[in-house]
Design a protein around this ligand. Structure first.
Ligand code: PHB
Length: 393
């Protein structure tokens, strides 16, 4: 009897130790349904691909992804899911998130529970100031729209700004306007459209009537990008001589085949294109096709998640699977990769945002298919310009 009790206690101790030392739980919240429900799987596939490629480096530590659907821009749902993952499932990390409002809603949970949170998409500049436990491996809209404005000021005199009415849209409008007008251009109108189901034909008619040299659009990637493109062409804005420009969200790689030739010649600024010819990207795209099918292509959401998985793997390796939140954040802040598919990247230890290149891209046909061809590098190590400007104030 006594012996049995001892043996049982021993077994419990042993299994508890094994469980904590060998499994890292990641609460992975993204959008599998609702607006942009097609983007969640890009995020998850990218994380799984990186983990599979680097499994041997983990020294036997298991990584468990607890995937949850936030159903699109739905902060209440995201907050509730994060709460459950932290309290009930006791995750070591939070990760994922397409939409800004969701990331904002999760910030207090990361802070209170001291759970490091790797943001793999949501791009409003202010997000990372909301919790010291956040790090972002994706982008900010300022990073793309500010250099876009600088470049556009050299080409065009007048611009019309049309953006989705939520955080990243406001950032895109503000960043573009600031840079475009500092460069001598004039933004003739700033219009914000509802995030879901705006009447694109009506908005495009107003743009046509205003006759700007260029139309700058931000929408949250996905199917909305194709709706913009279609209405731009149906209302004849291209024929009226108006140039469509924007951050890369408007020509997101996975939607190009649905857009058709109307997308040809559209110029965007972004940190990632699946068509980029640098070796690290060719390897990434090839690995993606091998894993998920020859007709599949990664996009900017995928690369944000792929590098997000890389930063997590680094934290696991350095701590041998026993994650301490403060130590994890220190590792995140020091992380860099000279060879990401998007080029050299690093985390800015001051802001916990990513430093990365920004490319001017033009939609062209490559091998008979539409592609975002990088035509110029506008910056090699771009920090979030919003935070840089805040520092100067
Ligand atoms: C965001 O909500 O921050 C967001 C969503 C989709 C994008 C970019 C940013 O394409």
């Amino acid at each position: 009897m006594r012996f049995a009790k001892l043996a049982l206690a021993g077994a419990l101790v042993f299994s508890a130790a094994a469980a904590t030392a060998q499994t890292v739980k990641i609460g992975f919240i993204t959008s599998y349904s609702g607006l942009n429900g097609n983007l969640g799987p890009y995020m998850e596939r990218a994380v799984r691909l990186y983990l599979k490629q680097h499994e041997k480096e983990l020294g036997g530590v298991k990584v468990e992804l607890l995937t949850r659907d936030d159903t699109g821009p739905n902060p209440d749902k995201a907050r509730q899911l994060a709460q459950e993952l932290v309290v009930r499932d006791k995750v070591n990390l939070l990760a994922g998130v397409i939409f800004t409002p969701n990331a904002m809603a999760m910030a207090p949970i990361a802070t209170e529970a001291k759970v490091p949170f790797v943001i793999m998409n949501a791009g409003t500049a202010v997000i990372t100031t909301r919790s010291p436990y956040m790090v972002r491996t994706s982008f900010t809209l300022w990073q793309s729209s500010y250099p876009l404005g600088e470049w556009a000021a050299k080409k065009f005199k007048t611009a019309y700004s049309l953006v989705s009415d939520f955080g990243p849209g406001h950032d895109s409008e503000e960043a573009f306007t600031k840079a475009f007008e500092a460069g001598g251009g004039k933004v003739v109108a700033k219009v914000r459209v509802p995030l879901q189901n705006p009447d694109w034909a009506a908005y495009m008619q107003r743009v046509k009537d205003a006759k700007p040299d260029c139309l700058m659009v931000f929408i949250p990637a996905g199917k909305t990008a194709t709706a913009v493109m279609k209405n731009f062409s149906d209302l004849g804005l291209d024929k009226a001589g108006i140039k469509l420009i924007g951050p890369g969200d408007i020509t997101t790689d996975e939607e190009l085949p649905n857009m058709g030739d109307v997308a040809l010649g559209v110029l965007t600024v972004h940190h990632y294109s699946a068509a980029a010819t640098r070796p690290a990207n060719k390897e990434f795209v090839a690995a993606w096709k091998k894993e998920y099918g020859q007709n599949e292509t990664p996009n900017f959401v995928a690369v944000g998640a792929y590098d997000g998985a890389a930063i997590i793997v680094e934290a696991i390796k350095q701590q041998k699977g026993k994650l301490n939140p403060e130590k994890t954040m220190e590792i995140f802040k020091q992380w860099k990769n000279p060879n990401s598919p998007r080029g050299p990247i690093a985390i800015d230890p001051e802001t916990r945002d990513i430093i990365q290149p920004e490319y001017l891209r033009e939609v062209k046909k490559v091998g008979g298919q539409l592609a975002n061809v990088e035509v110029e590098t506008l910056g090699t190590a771009v920090k979030d310009p919003w935070k840089e400007l805040q520092k100067k104030k």
